[in-house]
Design a protein around this ligand. Structure first.
Ligand code: ZN
Length: 190
């Protein structure tokens, strides 16, 4: 029992440059470095381990399966539309950067004619529903999902969220507004 308590492994995900501790608290172990002002930071994307006995922190690269799986939460970018569907490139899987996969994004059932839930350039979060025909079919299932950062269709700037009874995305540069299926995590890219 003692060993488990000493080797306190957290499930916290860290990314390059992330501040983990200060040098007075923990020594830098593998996968970490010390920056200005004595901050211990992560070298890479991985899982943080704090050893309370040796007062050392380390970061191990996160092991993951080769391919995204059904049920994985993905973040991606809409590159084009095919009718009400979005063609997306997947940028991360369960918060871990992942390159080279493409998918199709489905609107929620609430979609109406002429209603657009996402547009090209938007960053979206969704869940892989299936991988039939070697395509990742991504759905918007709950409040975390949807557009997490929108792109202005007029000028290309990033859109802000304008609150209200029916929130919309608004361009601070050109004033363009549009509706979207907005994620509850809007503005916080994973
Ligand atoms: Zn604009």
């Amino acid at each position: 029992m003692g060993l488990e308590e000493e080797m306190k492994e957290t499930s916290e995900s860290v990314y390059p440059g992330k501040q983990i501790a200060v040098i007075e608290e923990f020594l830098p172990g593998s996968g970490t470095y010390v920056s200005d002002n004595g901050f211990v930071r992560s070298v890479e994307t991985g899982v943080l381990t704090k050893n309370l006995k040796s007062r050392k922190v380390s970061v191990a690269p996160r092991k993951r399966v080769d391919l995204p799986r059904i049920g994985d939460e993905v973040m991606g970018v809409v590159i084009s539309l095919s009718g009400v569907f979005g063609n997306v490139t997947i940028e991360s899987v369960n918060g871990v950067p992942y390159k080279g996969a493409k998918g199709v994004l489905y609107p929620t059932r609430r979609v109406r004619k002429n209603e657009r839930q996402f547009d090209p350039g938007d960053f979206i979060v969704g869940v892989i529903e299936s991988d039939i025909n070697r395509t990742y079919h991504v759905s918007i299932r709950d409040g975390r999902h949807g557009v997490i950062l929108g792109a202005c269709q007029q000028c290309g700037a990033k859109l802000g969220r304008k609150r209200g009874p029916r929130p919309v995305l608004r361009c601070g540069r050109c004033g363009e507004e549009r509706m979207a299926e907005i994620s509850g995590l809007y503005g916080r890219l994973p």
